[in-house]
Structures are given as C-alpha cells and as structure tokens.
Ligand binder design. Structure first.
Ligand code: AMP
Length: 630
C-alpha cells in the first residue's frame, strides 16, 4: 500500500512523472508531447500536444468490453419512468444527437447551451457536444430568464437544447416560456433551438428557430458520427458560477486534463470499479453533475444513475430502494439532502438491503457533525466529506482512501488531495501559515492540477485578476474560503471570504440577488446576506429600504411588497435564488464612506457579535435589524 504523504509529495514535486502515469488511465488518439506546459503562468496547458475525446473515453472505448452493461440508468419519480441504457444504446443515442447537431450546422468550437431537466436527452446532449468538439454550457433548470439571458450572451451559443418542462414535487415546471423570454432579453440570438417535448406542458414554437428533437432523431436513427479528436487543451465545456460581482463567471474546462483528473479521482478517491453503479444525487446543472453524474462514472466504465425527483417522494426510502435495486457501490450527495432525510422516519433506511454500498461521499457545503453522525450510524458505511468548487471540477480536500485508507475527522473534509499544493495564507501579511489551528485563506500554489479551470470563458484578464491576484507576488489560486489546518494535515473550512453564499449546496452571489431586487420600482437600496439555517446551511435574507415609506404603513402593504420582491427574484434569477425573507428597514448600516456593512448585518442576524463598528455611520440602522430578526 502506498503511503499517502509520499503520493501527495510526488504529485507536487514530480508533476511530469506523476501525471504522466495518471494519463494512462484514459485513451489517447495521440500521446501528449508534454505533461505540464507552464510557460505562461498562471495559465497551464496539461498534456499539450495530446489528442483525445471526452465522449470517446466516456462511451466508445467501453463498447469492446461492456457494450451490453448498464451505462445510464434514468429514474424519474416525477413522471414514473425508469429506463436503462446500455453502453451500446447510449452510444447510439449520443450519435443521434450528434447527427442532429451536425445537421443544424454545429461545428467544432461552437457552443451548445443546454437548459434541461434531469432527463436522458440532457446526458446525450452533453456527450454529443464533446463528441464533435463543440463546447457545451449547461444552465441549471432552476435559473430563470435573466440568469439564462446573461449566460446566452456570454457563451454565444449556436444552438440551444431544451425541453418543454421539468417536474418537481409533482408539479410541472415549464422551461420553454423562460427560454423564450431569455432569448428575447439576450443580444445574442441562437440560430436554432432543439426542443425535447415530454408532453408535460404545451408550448409555442418559434417558426424557423425551434426544431423538434423527436422528428430529427427519427431522421438520424442510424447515422454514424465519429468522435472528433481534439487537442487535450481544447475546451470541453463552460459552466457558469457566481462570484462577488453580479456577472457570473464562465468556468472553462479543457478536455485531456479533465478526463485524466476524473479517471484518477475515481480510482484514488471514490474507488468505484468498472461495471459497478454510481449514484450521484446532484443535478447536471452543477459541477457535481458534470463530473460525477456524467463524465467520471462513464469514463470509469460504471453505470450512472440520473434521478429526477425529490429524496422524499414517494417516500424517504426512494434513494435507498435505488441503491438496493441497482446495487449502487458509490453514492454522492450533499449535506442538505441528508438533513432533509434526517427529518424522516429512519426506518426507511433499514427497509433496504444496502450491502452493495461502499461509501457515501458528501460535498458542496460544510458537513455538520450531527448530520454526519446520523447518516454514518444509519448507513453503517464510511461517510467521506470532500471539498471542491465549480472551478476545480474535482476535490481539493478529501481522504484518498484509494491510495491509503485513513480515518475521517468530523468537521473536516480531509487533507490536500494529490496534485494540489494547498496552503493557508495569512490575510494580513500574505504569507503562508505554518503553525496549526491558525485561520487563513485556503489557496493553492500554481499550477493547478489537471481538470481545473483553464480560464474564465472569453476573459483571461478576469481569470488572472479574480483568482490569482489576491496574494501579491505569488502564483496562488484563491478559493475564497477561510480555513484552518490541524497538526495532522486535516483542513477545516470556515466559510467564504467574499459575498458568495451557499444555500442547500447551491452557490449564489448575494450581489446578483441584490441587483435583481433593486429592479423593483419601490426599492431604493438593498443588502442581501447569508444567514445560518439548520436545514439549508445558509439562506439569503434581504433588507430593503423603500423609496416611499409612507405607502407601506400597514402590515398588508409590507407583505405585498415582500411577495412582489420575491416574485421579481423568481422571475429573473429563479426560485433557487429566492431570499427566505425580505425585511423593510429605514436605513442600511453603512460605514462613513458609504459601504454597506454586510458582515455586521450577517452577524446580527445570526445572533453573533457584530465586531468593530467604529466606522459605522448610524448604529440605529443595525439596531433596527437586530430588533427585526429577534
Ligand atoms: P460550488 O462552486 O458551487 O461547488 O461551491 C463551492 C463552494 O462550496 C466552496 O468554495 C465552499 O465554500 C463550499 N464547499 C464545497 N464543498 C464543501 C465542503 N465539503 N465543506 C465546506 N464547504 C464546502
């Protein structure tokens, strides 16, 4: 058994040797000429000169050995559908979708935006894009028209793939009207929209633009579309994520580095074996969905479960029934989902044979001890916390049990993962912290390992200024998280350093929500903060100052305003971004130079000490917020 400390050290000190070996986990059409080209830091070109294809590695290469094994298991408890695709069938469906793209003029390097519920066609749409060298950009179905429009304008897709509707908790959630609205708001107009009609919600077709997926598929049942070999550094996808400013950032991922990173992570972290079943409960709209519903398990020759529905419908046993039925060996979820289950009868867990399950991985938000203990006891299986970001595409911190088994510590996502030279940086001095238990910014010394973001789509300057400039004079990637490390090298994450909040594992920018609320005509000023919540980890709380307070004298008028503000957020950003409450206040607490004291508001909302307030203009403003939330 390898010693993990040595394994990690080698991954940093001998990058070429280490990653050159990991690169053998995937198929190459042409072997890389160089493992790690760092000639233009902080940019790094992994496996430069190599040629490969993500879809080939996820699908085609498995046809020889496992054509009839399960590849994609689709389960919808919303539409009562269950459909299993073998690798052979997945290969056929992906080629059909790729043929549709070709027939509509999509070329290598073109963007295909995917705005879809959790249905198999979304998986086909992603794989078909990378198959022909097109770049996909999946937008989470919970985002509404404004969010979607800004992503359309940034990615400038040639084509959009969408569906009439999704379903959630038994209710139809129409997608098409939001898409139409987004396209009317965006300056960029995609030439074509491929519509998957699930028959859930009628929709209007835009003549000349909208085409029907089923009709086109029928024309291409047997069209072969070979994989287009692309450079290892060719972008495979763009995935938007929130930051401090209102404009979402397009995280751009490469091809070869990503495939290698995922293949290696399946071996060293998740420990899934080809032929087994992987079940990640995330959504394809998030990074976990990209890496561990679609690409990771498939690259590894596993079957992957794509689940549309809630964890407690028809009852809280649904996930465990799938574990039993499909003999799931590796499961991946988020702490919020476990907290939802924890409120249900634990008997649901006992009802099913979970003997196939090797471990449950949790990520996306801090894992609190009661949640971890409850699920560990209920499952009697290892619970492995892991910490990463949309930007990195795979874990930064975890326990790499596939390298050397090690205990987990409650509250810690584990140690620095191989490939990442993780350091804590003192905020004041910008120097690395060497002693244990001292808080610093979690940073990674460049270069980032394979699989991480190449740049911000279309904006190299923003990539450098956002991620690489917070620690002057050093090639340090900032995660924007606070952390501490103990004497054994286990890290603990203490929350974001910026205005990003984490609601039920979903990353949201408070500035985006503020911008949306400001568009309500009655609102003069607004501050949105993340407040600790027992179920969701954090919720957004909005404090607004209205233009004309005299019109809000009755409780009814206040309630009405709150409803309207929430509707604006729902319509523009989507229900995921909806604040838990909107409170009207007389003024916002600000510094004398006019900066809103968001941290102080957050502290007061959480019943904590608001800290040093000597620069505050008007203490009454904070006192009013204190009184409201109490
Ligand atoms: P996202 O890009 O949506 O995956 O969100 C990434 C952010 O979620 C990180 O920067 C952290 O703030 C938080 N996060 C992710 N995983 C964990 C974890 N295991 N423990 C604590 N925080 C986490």
């Amino acid at each position: 058994m390898t010693n993990y400390a040595d394994f990690h050290r080698r991954s940093i000190e001998d990058r070429e040797g280490f990653w050159g070996e990991q690169a053998r986990l995937i198929d190459w059409h042409r072997a890389p000429a160089q493992v790690c080209d760092q000639s233009r830091p902080p940019f790094v070109r992994w496996f430069a000169g190599g040629e490969t294809n993500l879809c080939h590695n996820a699908v085609d290469r498995h046809l020889a050995a496992r054509a009839d094994q399960n590849a994609l298991i689709f389960v919808s408890t919303e539409t009562d559908t269950e459909r299993v695709y073998s690798y052979r069938e997945l290969h056929a469906e992906v080629q059909r979708m790729a043929a549709i793209y070709r027939s509509l003029g999509v070329k290598k390097g073109d963007r295909v935006l995917i705005y879809m519920p959790m249905i198999p066609e979304a998986c086909f749409a992603m794989l078909a894009a990378v198959r022909i060298g097109a770049i996909h950009s999946v937008v989470f179905g919970g985002f509404a028209s404004h969010s979607l429009a800004s992503r359309i304008d940034d990615a400038q897709p040639t084509l959009i793939v969408s569906a009439d509707a999704g379903m959630r908790g038994g209710k139809v959630v129409p997608y098409k009207p939001l898409l139409d609205e987004a396209i009317s708001l965006s300056s960029h107009k995609p030439a074509r929209v491929v519509m998957v009609d699930r028959g859930l919600a009628g929709f209007a077709r835009v003549e000349g633009r909208d085409v029907d997926h089923a009709a086109l598929r029928a024309q291409h049942l047997d069209t072969a579309v070979p994989c287009e070999w692309v450079d290892a550094t060719h972008p495979s996808y763009i995935l938007y994520t929130s930051g401090t400013t209102g404009k979402p950032k397009g995280v751009q991922r490469d091809t070869g580095g990503y495939a290698v990173a995922l293949a290696a992570s399946m071996k060293h972290i998740y420990m899934g074996e080809p032929g087994e079943t992987y079940f990640s409960t995330s959504d394809i709209g998030w990074v976990v969905g990209h890496s561990y519903i679609i690409y990771g398990p498939l690259i590894n020759g596993m079957a992957t479960i794509m689940y549309e529905g809630l964890p407690i419908r028809p009852d809280a046993g649904i996930w465990w029934s799938l574990v039993e039925k499909y003999k799931v060996t590796v499961m991946f979820s988020a702490p919020t989902a476990v907290r939802v289950l924890k409120k249900q009868d634990p008997a649901y867990l006992k009802k099913h044979d979970l003997s196939s399950l090797k471990a449950l991985f949790l990520a996306g938000e801090p894992l609190d001890e009661p949640t971890a203990t409850w699920i560990a006891e209920a499952l009697q299986r290892p619970i492995v916390d892991n910490y990463w970001q949309t930007e990195t595409g795979w874990p930064i911190l975890a326990i790499c049990n596939g390298v050397q088994a090690a205990p987990s510590k409650f509250g810690s996502p584990g140690k620095a993962v191989y490939g990442y030279d993780v350091q804590l940086i003192d905020e004041g001095s910008g120097e690395p912290i060497t002693e244990p238990h001292r808080k610093g910014v979690v940073a990674v010394a460049g270069p980032l390992p394979p699989g991480c973001l190449q740049t911000v789509w279309g904006d190299d300057r923003r990539f450098v200024s956002t991620y690489w400039s917070s620690i002057p004079g050093r090639q340090m990637y900032s995660t924007f998280d606070w952390g501490v490390k103990d004497e054994d090298g286990y890290f603990y994450i203490l929350g974001r350093t910026d205005d990003v909040i984490n609601v039920a594992g979903h990353r949201l920018g408070t500035r985006e929500i503020e911008e949306s609320i400001s568009s309500h005509p009655a609102v003069a000023e607004v501050a949105v903060v993340g407040v600790a919540d027992a179920l969701k980890g954090q919720v957004a709380m909005a404090f607004v100052v209205v233009k004309d307070a005299s019109r809000l004298s009755s409780p009814d008028a206040l309630r009405q305003l709150e409803t309207e503000v929430l509707r604006v957020v729902d319509e523009q950003l989507g229900a995921v971004a909806r604040p838990a409450r909107v409170h009207v206040v007389a003024t916002l607490p600000k510094t004398r130079s006019g900066k809103v004291l968001r941290r102080a508001i957050q502290a007061v909302c959480e019943g904590r000490d608001a800290g040093d307030l000597t620069t505050m203009e008007d203490p009454a403003a904070l006192a009013q917020i204190g009184a409201i939330v109490r």
